[in-house]
Design a protein around this ligand. Structure first.
Ligand code: NAD
Ligand code: TDX
Length: 332
C-alpha cells in the first residue's frame, strides 16, 4: 500500500496517523480535510512535501472524493464531527459529515475497488455501569446515546452493509478515548491543561465519576496500521489500552503534575445524557493481529502531553477564548 488517502488528516488523531506513516512506512499520503474549526494546517507542518499532500475539501462532495479515491491504494477514514457537546447544540453537521460523508466515500471505494478502513469509537456501544465486570467486545450490541455517537454508529452500519451487499474491501475499528499532542482544546484533557496555563481552575462535569478508557494517539495509529495490513476484510476490531480512569482522578493528576493543589478544580453543569463508563476489551486485536500498546503509563503520557501544550502555545492560543466563551454560555 503505497498511496494512502487519509480523510480528516488535519484533525487530532488523523494528523497523528499521518506523522506515524511518515515516520514508520514508505507510504505517500494525501490528506482530504475540510479544515473545519477542529482542524489545523500546522499539525501537518514540517512534514516532507514529497510524502504528504493536503487537499482541502468535503468528504460529502462526490466530485472531490471520486478522483482522490481512484488514485489511492487505500482510504483511512478519520474525518468526522467529533465532539459530543457540539452534537447536543447542533446535530446537523454530524449527520451530514458522519453519515452522508461516509456514504459518499463508500460509493467511491465501491466504484474503484479500493481498500477502506473506517475509524470509529467505543461510544457506539453506549455506556457501562461502574461495577460491570464486562467490557465492550466486538459482540456488544450497539446502543449509542448522543447525536455524535448515533451518527458514528450509523456510519459503522453503512460500512458493514457495503461489505456484505457490494463486497467492499473494508475493516472497522472502534477505539477508546485518545489523548496526546494536537488534540483540540475543546476536549477534556487539553481544556484542563490550557486552563491551568491560563490560571483558570479545571472544570469537571457533574461529580466527575464518569470513567473513560484512555489510549495514547500513537498507539491508536499503530493499531490502525496493523489492521490495515493484517486485518481480515469485513471484520471489526476494538482498540484499547486498558486505561480506565475516572474524570475526577484525571483532573487531580493534571493538577498535581502542573504543580497545583489537587483539589483546586470546580464542578460545572453536567453533560445531557452523559455516558457513565466506557471500557474496551481489545483481546481480538492483540491475539489475532499481535498488536500491543507502547504507552501503558498514563502518568508518563500525561507528563509528555502537558509539556507539548506548554511548548506549543502558538498552536492552541488563537482558539482558546472562543472555546471558553461557548462553554461559559452553557454553564460549563
Ligand atoms: P477532530 O475533530 O480533531 O478532527 C476531525 C477532522 O475531520 C478535522 O480535521 C476536520 O476538519 C475534518 N472534517 C470534519 N468534517 C469534514 C468533512 N465534511 N470533510 C472533510 N473533513 C472533515 O477529531 P478526532 O478526535 O481526531 O477524531 C477523528 C476520528 O476518530 C473520528 O472519526 C472520531 O469519531 C474517531 N475517534 C475519536 C476518538 C477520540 O478520543 N478523539 C476516539 C475514538 C474514535
Ligand atoms: O470540560 C470538560 N469537563 C469534563 O468533565 C470536558 C470538555 C469534558 N468533561 C468530561 C466529559 C467526559 O466524561 O470528560 C470526559 C471526556 O470528555 P470529552 O473529551 O468531550 O470526550 P468524550 O465525550 O468521552 O468523547 C471522546 O472520546 C470518544 C471523543 O471526543 C470522541 O470523539 C470519541 O469518540
Amino acid at each position: 500500500m503505497n498511496k494512502i488517502l487519509v480523510t480528516g488528516g488535519a484533525g487530532f488523531i488523523g494528523s497523528n496517523f499521518v506523522h506515524y506513516l511518515v515516520a514508520n512506512t514508505d507510504a505517500s499520503v494525501t490528506v482530504l480535510d475540510k479544515l473545519t474549526y477542529a482542524a489545523s494546517r500546522e499539525s501537518l507542518a514540517h512534514l516532507p512535501a514529497d510524502r504528504v499532500r493536503l487537499v482541502v475539501g468535503d468528504i460529502a462532495d462526490a466530485s472531490v472524493v471520486d478522483p482522490l479515491v481512484a488514485e489511492a491504494d487505500a482510504v483511512v477514514h478519520y474525518a468526522a464531527e467529533s465532539h459530543n457537546d457540539n452534537s447536543l447544540n447542533d446535530p446537523s453537521p454530524f449527520v451530514t459529515t458522519n453519515i452522508v460523508g461516509t456514504f459518499t466515500l463508500l460509493e467511491a471505494v465501491r466504484k474503484h475497488g479500493v481498500r477502506f478502513h473506517h475509524i470509529s469509537t467505543d461510544e457506539v456501544y453506549g455506556d457501562l455501569e461502574l461495577d460491570d465486570p464486562q467490557r465492550f467486545t466486538e459482540q456488544t450490541p450497539y446502543n449509542p446515546s448522543s447525536p455524535y455517537s448515533s451518527t458514528k454508529a450509523g456510519s459503522d452500519l453503512l460500512v458493514r452493509a457495503w461489505v456484505r451487499s457490494f463486497g467492499v474491501q473494508a475493516t472497522i475499528s472502534n477505539c477508546s478515548n485518545n489523548y496526546g499532542p494536537w488534540q483540540h482544546i475543546e476536549k477534556f484533557i487539553p481544556r484542563q491543561i490550557t486552563n491551568l496555563i491560563d490560571g483558570v481552575r479545571p472544570k469537571l462535569y457533574g461529580a466527575g465519576l464518569n470513567v473513560r478508557d484512555w489510549i495514547h494517539a500513537d498507539d491508536h495509529s499503530s493499531a490502525v496500521w496493523t489492521i490495515l495490513n493484517k486485518g481480515a476484510i469485513g471484520e471489526t476490531y476494538l482498540i484499547g489500552a486498558d486505561g480506565e480512569v475516572n474524570n475526577l482522578d484525571t483532573v487531580k493528576l493534571i493538577l498535581r503534575l502542573m504543580g497545583h493543589d489537587e483539589n483546586d478544580f470546580e464542578h460545572v453543569n453536567d453533560r445531557a445524557g452523559h455516558d457513565l463508563r466506557y471500557a474496551i476489551d481489545s483481546t481480538k486485536l492483540r491475539t489475532e493481529l499481535g498488536w500491543k500498546p507502547q504507552f501503558q503509563d498514563f502518568e508518563a503520557g500525561m507528563v509528555n502531553t502537558i509539556a507539548w501544550y506548554r511548548d506549543n502555545e502558538a498552536w492552541w492560543r488563537p482558539k482558546k477564548a472562543a472555546v471558553e466563551a461557548t462553554y461559559a454560555a452553557q454553564g460549563q
